[in-house]
Design a protein around this ligand. Sequence first.
Ligand SMILES: NC(=O)c1ccc[n+]([C@@H]2O[C@H](COP(=O)([O-])OP(=O)(O)OC[C@H]3O[C@@H](n4cnc5c(N)ncnc54)[C@H](OP(=O)(O)O)[C@@H]3O)[C@@H](O)[C@H]2O)c1
Length: 229
Amino acid sequence: MNDTLMLTIAVLGGTGKEGKGLAFRWAKAGYRVLIGSRSPEKAVKAASEIMELLEGTSSVVGMANPEAAEQANIVVLTVPYAAHRSTLESVKDSLKGKLLVDVTVPLVPPKVSKVQMPPAGSAAQEAREIVGEDVEVVAAFQNVSYEHLLGEEDVACDVLVTGTSKKARGEVLRLVEATGLTGWDAGPIENSVVAEGLTSVLIYINKQYGSTHAGIKITGARNQIPESE
Ligand SMILES: NC(=O)c1ccc[n+]([C@@H]2O[C@H](COP(=O)([O-])OP(=O)(O)OC[C@H]3O[C@@H](n4cnc5c(N)ncnc54)[C@H](OP(=O)(O)O)[C@@H]3O)[C@@H](O)[C@H]2O)c1
């Protein structure tokens, strides 16, 4: 096992659709995964469901969000936008010096197929304002539908990775690779507005064309994880 796989990933809101799928894929790749929830019981149940799918070959443990954030090296946030600020406030003291991966899309129901960005510019930029400069914040996976994550299938969607430093984006590109998807360094955190906004476009396309998991593919570039700065 290499050093990367010794890392512990906490998935806050990992009881939900997107988080459970990502947790499954990281656990399958050999990472130690913690499922976070507002309810420790719900987290334990989700963790045991993932363990069952993996036939007990990996380590997935459920606990309350703050404990999961405390024990992890990398914290992944997969909650609805309405819970974004409150979840971050509940864990921010545990995040100092760590990497936060924000999967949140700032959807404003009922008009989820219309781009409606928050005043900070994007959910990821808002996260940075909440957690402060001691935390690297990277936005990723916003365009990946949960539908095929919880299984073996290929997922026909690339991952745009934007964030506060090239080093942090490089770490997240490795996490993307571990899920079996293709990630692209898509630049600074300000660019997260595009990835987050694109989700509403994909939801609109799903509605127009009767699909459930429209995705994106980057063409014309050779994929290779860039060297860290
Ligand atoms: N679903 C997708 O295909 C998809 C794709 C790309 C990005 N995303 C983004 O990923 C995030 C999660 O999406 P999802 O579909 O996985 O959401 P979800 O299943 O509706 O919710 C995920 C988890 O968030 C927690 N949560 C829900 N409402 C909450 C509230 N009011 N306050 C605090 N916690 C709450 C719940 O965990 P506990 O009850 O255990 O605390 C829930 O299991 C969203 O921002 C979404 O836009 C989703």
